[in-house]
Design a protein around this ligand. Structure first.
Ligand SMILES: [Zn+2]
Ligand SMILES: [Zn+2]
Length: 270
């Protein structure tokens, strides 16, 4: 099943895992990164399955109340990172395994209420939580973030990646969507519009790609000097935006060298 057909449930995660494995097998410079990301996605799917199959429990949307259950899922993540992650993350993983319940809870809550995108373990844990919260009909209640331009209408998260599913701009000027870095849901977004500051003047918005990644481009804004990647599914229907975004790591290097900061770092820290 393709990523697009896998609207929800475990299939959505399976499609992402398969894509990461496939890209890792065929990658050179990014092989290690993609192999690690595949392991992360596998751990996140286990967390998702754990939350989803819990008898008599649904996420309340108040993470402060759901924390006891969410924290129980942390060991999957810690194990995956300890055995597959880069040394600094593996070290952090061991430190977290030793940390008290209170401290772990505090970090997760901080990332939920005031996201930075840089608290790796909290972000990796919150993605399956927030996704299941959305799928199960809940709403985030103790995450009081603005819902303005470029913010996820469901949870207020920033965009991780943009995507195009139709070549022709539709009547609403759309066809472009953004994928939320926290809850991993997508929402429609203007085609010529900065996902960070709302800039609409075409002269301020630049697009860059290389022949190596025909279906991926850097979408940069010269007003706020931020960028994100856009994945064009009309060029490559097999792509899984979240995963292909990670695979195109060399484009991040290019963007940083040209003075652009990413709207939100992805899970592998790029
Ligand atoms: Zn969201
Ligand atoms: Zn901007």
């Amino acid at each position: 099943m393709s990523w697009e057909a896998a609207k929800g449930g475990g299939h959505w995660w399976d499609a992402a895992i398969r894509r990461a494995e496939h890209l890792a097998a065929n990658a050179d410079a990014t092989k290690e990164l993609l192999t690690f990301y595949a392991e992360l996605l596998r751990a996140q799917k286990e967390i998702y399955d754990f939350l989803r199959s819990r008898q008599g429990w649904l996420p309340s949307g108040v993470l402060g109340d759901d924390l006891a259950v969410v924290r129980e899922a942390l060991p999957w993540l810690l194990r995956a990172v300890e055995s597959n992650g880069p040394a600094p993350l593996a070290e952090e993983s061991r430190a977290l395994a030793r940390a008290g319940v209170e401290e772990v809870g505090r970090v997760i809550l901080e990332e939920w209420r005031a996201p930075t995108g840089t608290r790796f373990f909290a972000k990796a844990l919150l993605q399956p939580y927030a996704r299941w919260l959305a799928e199960s009909g809940g709403h985030p209640l103790d995450r009081d973030l603005e819902r303005g331009a470029g913010r996820c209408p469901f949870c207020g998260g920033r965009a991780q990646v943009g995507l195009l599913r139709t070549r022709e701009p539709s009547a609403d000027g759309g066809g472009r969507e953004l994928l939320c870095a926290t809850c991993l849901n997508v929402w429609p977004f203007g085609r010529v519009l900065c996902a960070n500051c709302g800039e609409q003047r075409p002269a301020q918005l630049g697009y860059f790609h290389t022949p190596e990644y025909e279906h991926i481009r850097i979408e940069a804004c010269d007003t706020c000097k931020h960028y994100l990647k856009g994945v064009d599914l009309t060029r490559l229907g097999l792509a899984v935006p979240l995963v292909d975004e990670v695979a195109a790591a060399p484009l991040d290097v290019w963007a940083h060298e040209h003075g652009y900061a990413k709207v939100e770092l992805n899970l592998v820290g790029l």
